[in-house]
Design a protein around this ligand. Structure first.
Ligand code: DX5
Ligand code: ZN
Length: 222
């Protein structure tokens, strides 16, 4: 993957939720390409985070595209609300979809770009039939639910496999990696084919988020 094509999407899950608008401005000034928004429902994953109301307010302050990762059961029920709130990308979990293609169509009908992802234990081949319809394929490199976990290197072959399929099919689908991305793991992820990097703790967990983001980008391009 050519380094100049690599985008960074800081995850606001690790931001100060009482100062979200400041955090958004700070991270955009530092050069964030997208803002990754982790939505958790307490069912699909054990954690609870945010809903469409918060996305609506983020949209008011953000200029970068909102990359909304839905870790929720029954995503079809909530896609229209998250789209209306201002999401640019809506990524659903394959495991949570009854009819994945219908869910992709619904996301697009609501005016958003469509993403699909899989839990670490799910074989990557499960999303292959949908790649040609997707704007974004996301490989989880931690078990979804919490920020600040360790990167799972055994997920790298999934990135390589998807990159090959995307290249062979000349597809326009972006390939995103999410979970445990930091200065040690960013390069293997990019070398395996990722072109969008989600980073939560490695950016917001540092005293100077701007500097952390810049270092991550430098390392991704090294
Ligand atoms: C995990 C989330 C991730 C997480 C990334 O369920 O999907 O986006 O916030 O955070 P770090 O980079 O800290 O692993
Ligand atoms: Zn995420």
């Amino acid at each position: 993957m050519k380094a100049k094509n690599v985008l960074i999407a800081p995850s606001i899950l690790s931001a100060d939720f009482a100062r979200l608008s400041d955090e958004v401005k700070r991270i955009e000034r530092a050069g964030a390409d997208w803002l990754h928004v982790d939505v958790m429902d307490g069912h699909f994953v054990p954690n609870l985070t945010i809903g469409p109301v918060v996305v609506k307010w983020l949209k008011k302050y953000a200029t970068a595209p909102l990359d909304v990762h839905l870790m929720i059961d029954n995503p079809d029920k909530y896609i229209p609300a998250f789209a209306k709130a201002g999401s640019s990308f809506l990524t659903v979990h394959w495991e949570a979809c009854t009819h994945p293609k219908k869910t992709i169509d619904l996301i697009k009908k609501c005016g958003c770009k469509a993403g699909m992802t899989i839990r670490p234990k799910t074989p990557v081949q499960k999303i292959a039939p949908y790649l040609k319809y997707l704007d974004l394929a996301l490989v989880m490199t931690v078990e979804p639910g919490f920020g600040g976990q360790s990167f799972m290197p055994d997920m790298l072959p999934k990135l390589q496999w998807l990159r090959q399929r995307i290249s062979q099919g000349k597809l326009s689908c972006r390939l995103e990696v999410d979970g445990g991305i930091n200065l040690d793991t960013v390069l293997p992820a990019v070398q395996a084919g990722a072109d969008v990097l989600v980073a939560g703790n490695a950016v917001f967990g540092e005293p100077n988020a701007g500097r952390a983001l810049k270092k991550l980008r430098q390392r991704a391009m090294s």
